[in-house]
Write a protein that binds this ligand. Structure first.
Ligand code: GLY
Length: 362
């Protein structure tokens, strides 16, 4: 069990215990929520609805409502936020009730945001059901929705009372979602804990590689890295930005290919590869550990993006001024720093390096 101690509000546990465990039951009893409202991803409801319903009954909680979120980024919209808010208020949610959110990044961000705004904030427990959500999006209180002008342009920092990562949900996780989450785990290896490279590689090389139990220590370690960074810099005025390693490249790739064409985690993998190369190009002796994962991600890359367009997309990122782009770079694997660069040739070389490894570009 990890405890995330935030600067602005409360500390909260991040646990890998199952819903039916004694720990979860005791934790929820101690919170003494009066009633509970569920926000749940449609696939999670389909595959695990009974499992969740049984747990709620066992916890003795009175269910006051349920909102099912359609899978996919399109749900992170003002329309869905309004509909959830209507559902919460029509269920007469009170501030001593709680909202339990079951799903991946989309449901977690949307559900968390709606919970933060209803009655100026109702208690929230995140139950992430994908690797990506367990190691990243459910931790640290970033909630939000998209706006036509860009992703996550509307939102709030709103910390949950707990993040409960039950590996049971991973039993139905599609392979694409595994690789998506592993992309973010590899990011943690790059910026913080290079020992993870070998551990992840071993698991990927194993025969029955998607056995959730085997991944639990790596999920736990990744969650711990994220929690430590958030504890130091909750509102992203400093080191929380390191979590964006590879993301300036990744967002450009997602934008250029069209959102949803490549998974976020796959884009993050190629982004980390490009950002590692950029770190080398500015003089840091970065190792080649990340290259070992190219054979897993290259067969999944079926695109041929234009480097000029990718560079143009990086410049429109909200954090960048017109002539310089702020990158998270590495001194070595495990040590990140921020650097503004305006040398387009270097960025182009980094892109060309990463794209040449996809095997799809000339
Ligand atoms: N996913 C990046 C952050 O939580 O800061």
């Amino acid at each position: 069990m990890i405890t995330l101690t935030t600067q602005s509000t409360h500390s909260y546990p991040i646990s890998t215990q199952a819903l039916e465990s004694e720990w979860v039951s005791t934790f929820l009893k101690e919170k003494s929520y009066k009633r509970v409202f569920l926000i749940i991803d449609e696939n999670v409801k389909q595959f695990h609805g009974d499992y969740i319903q049984n747990a709620i009954s066992a916890w003795g909680l009175n269910l006051i409502g349920l909102y099912v979120v359609a899978s996919g980024e399109a749900s992170k919209s003002v329309t869905e936020w309004t509909k959830i808010t209507d559902a919460l208020l029509e269920a007469d949610v009170k501030r001593n009730d709680a909202v339990f959110v079951f799903g991946g990044g989309v449901t977690g961000d949307l559900g968390g945001f709606a919970t933060s705004t209803a009655l100026r904030g109702v208690a929230l427990v995140q139950f992430p059901t994908t690797i990506l959500a367990m190691v990243d999006s459910a931790i640290g209180g970033k909630t939000g929705i998209n706006h036509p002008t860009g992703k996550n342009r509307i939102g709030a920092f709103y910390q949950p009372d707990a993040v409960i990562c039950d590996a049971h949900f991973l039993s139905t996780l599609p392979e694409d979602e595994w690789y998506c989450g592993i992309g973010e785990m590899l990011k943690y290896a790059c910026i913080s804990t290079p020992e993870l490279f070998q551990k992840i590689q071993q698991l990927l090389a194993a025969n029955s590689k998607w056995e959730a139990q085997k991944w639990e220590p790596i999920i736990q370690k990744s969650a711990e890295i994220k929690a430590q960074i958030v504890a130091e810099d909750e509102k992203e005025t400093g080191i929380r930005a390191f979590l964006n390693f590879g993301h300036t490249f990744a967002h450009a790739l997602e934008h250029e290919l069209g959102y949803g064409k490549i998974s976020h985690g796959d884009a993050v993998f190629w982004g980390c590869l490009a950002a590692s190369e950029l770190s080398r190009l500015v003089g840091s002796p970065i190792g080649t550990e990340l290259e070992a994962f190219i054979p897993f991600y290259a067969p999944r890359f079926t695109f041929n993006p234009n480097t000029e367009h990718l560079i143009a997309a990086m410049k429109t990122d909200k954090k960048n001024t017109s002539d310089a782009i702020t990158f998270v770079l590495l001194k070595t694997y495990g040590e990140a720093y921020l650097r503004k660069l305006s040398d387009k040739i270097l960025v182009e070389k980094a892109w060309n390096y990463a794209l040449s490894k996809t095997g799809k570009t000339a």
